[in-house]
Design a protein around this ligand. Structure first.
Ligand code: SF4
Length: 205
C-alpha cells in the first residue's frame, strides 16, 4: 500500500498545529537543548475541536489543548529558514507519526494505517499498491505504544493542573508556574515510565 521516507520538505509543518505533551517538551529540552519558554506554547480552544480525543488543560476556567506556537506565517516555530525541522530527531510524537495513524481496536490490538489527509500532501509517501512493509509497521507500532502511554501520563498531569487553584487564572498570568509544573511532572514520569531506557530511545528510529 505505501512506502514512506520523510523528505523534510516541511509541508506538514506549515499546515497543522502541533499538540504536545509534557514528555514531548522534555525530550526537546534535554536532547535538542532548547530551553522551553512560555512563548513557545500556544493554546487551542478545545470547544472548537470536539472530535479531538486529547487531554485538555484549563486556564481561566476554559479548556484548551496545549500546542507548539506558530510563526506569523502559520508555520511551526521549529521550522527553520531552509524548510527543515530544527529539532527533527526529537520532534513531538505527533510529528513523528505523520503521515500514519494508529487505531486502537476494541480487543486491545493496534493497527497502523496511512493518514488519508496526507495522501497528495506529503511528498514522502510512495503508493506502490503493496501493504505497509513489516519493518515500518513495527516501528510505528512501537511508537503508537509510546504515544498511548504518554497520553495517559499527560492526562494525569492535566487533571492535576485542572484541579489546582491555578486553573482559574489566565495562561498569561500563570505561564511560568504552568511550565515549571509540567516539566517537573515530565521528569518524574520519565524516571518512572522509562526507568530502564532513555526518553529519546523510545521514539527514535
Ligand atoms: S516540530 Fe518539526 S516536524 Fe513538527 S511541525 Fe514543527 S518543524 Fe515540523
Amino acid at each position: 500500500m505505501v512506502l514512506f521516507r520523510c523528505l523534510m520538505k516541511g509541508h506538514c509543518c506549515k499546515k497543522y498545529w502541533i499538540p504536545v505533551t509534557h514528555l514531548d517538551l522534555l525530550r526537546i529540552e534535554i536532547y535538542a537543548k532548547v530551553n522551553i519558554k512560555p512563548d513557545m506554547l500556544s493554546l487551542y480552544d478545545a470547544s472548537l475541536y470536539e472530535d479531538l480525543q486529547y487531554p485538555q488543560i484549563v486556564f481561566n476556567s476554559n479548556k484548551y489543548f496545549l500546542a507548539l506556537s506558530s510563526k506569523e506565517d502559520g508555520s511551526c516555530i521549529f521550522l527553520s529558514k531552509d524548510g527543515k525541522c530544527s529539532i527533527h530527531p526529537y520532534k513531538p510524537i505527533v510529528c513523528r507519526f505523520y503521515p500514519f495513524v494508529y487505531i486502537e481496536n476494541d480487543n486491545g490490538d493496534i493497527d497502523i494505517d496511512l493518514n488519508d489527509n496526507a495522501i497528495g500532501e506529503c511528498p514522502g509517501i510512495i503508493l506502490d499498491g503493496k501493504p505497509i512493509p513489516d519493518n515500518i509497521r513495527k516501528e510505528y507500532l512501537r511508537l503508537a505504544k509510546a504515544r498511548i502511554l504518554e497520553l495517559k501520563l499527560w492526562k494525569r498531569v492535566a487533571e492535576e493542573w485542572n484541579s489546582s487553584a491555578y486553573s482559574s487564572k489566565s495562561f498569561e498570568f500563570v505561564a511560568d508556574t504552568f511550565l515549571e509544573f509540567i516539566m517537573s511532572r515530565a521528569r518524574e514520569d520519565m524516571n518512572k515510565a522509562y526507568a530502564t531506557r532513555s526518553l529519546d530511545s523510545i521514539v527514535m528510529f
